[in-house]
Design a protein around this ligand. Structure first.
Ligand SMILES: [Fe+2]
Ligand SMILES: [Fe+2]
Length: 169
């Protein structure tokens, strides 16, 4: 598989998580936020989406692209915009973890940020990779992604989604 395709598949899993998070947000408004399930869902976002997926982008893909094409370092480049959105996502995740009475507001903000973020990435990643990287660089990125997956046991977090889809959908 190519690394762009792998990131796109991970985006689909993150969107599965967002669907569940929106449900938890509505339940919070009704005064019935399921604490345990929400806690598991936030663990999914922290470990799968942020530590696994976003760091794969930042520490591997973005680093390679920036080394090869220094124009991408400009503040208006897609890499800069996407990196800033990762920071915003981490800040919102810290607010979500409070699970306080603003929970559903933070869910709305986090959902719109990540939906938009994923939309941009699915559109620009194929072009950025095609324009800047050769086949051996693309294969090297894919190998590095596999290392991250096995080091973090990333697929294990998909079980959280499977369980919560049974409970919440
Ligand atoms: Fe991202
Ligand atoms: Fe992404």
């Amino acid at each position: 598989m190519d690394p762009v395709e792998q990131l796109r598949e991970e985006h689909e899993n993150i969107k599965r998580g967002l669907k569940l998070l929106n449900i938890a947000g509505r339940m919070a408004d009704d005064g019935s936020l399921p604490q345990n399930e929400t806690d598991k869902l936030l663990t999914f976002f922290k470990n799968y989406a942020d530590i696994g997926h976003h760091q794969k982008e930042e520490d591997i893909l973005f680093v390679k692209l920036l080394n090869i094409n220094t124009d991408l370092k400009s503040s208006s480049s897609p890499i800069s915009v996407l990196s800033e959105q990762h920071v915003q996502g981490r800040n919102l995740m810290n607010k979500l973890k409070l699970m306080d009475d603003r929970f559903s507001l933070f869910v709305t903000d986090y959902n719109s940020l990540l939906q938009r973020h994923i939309e941009i990435e699915d559109e620009v990643f194929p072009v950025l990779v095609e324009d800047n990287l050769n086949n051996s660089e693309i294969s090297a990125i894919y190998l590095e992604f596999q290392n991250v997956d096995s080091n973090l046991n990333l697929y294990s977090y998909l079980k959280i989604l499977d369980q919560l889809e049974v409970f919440l959908l």
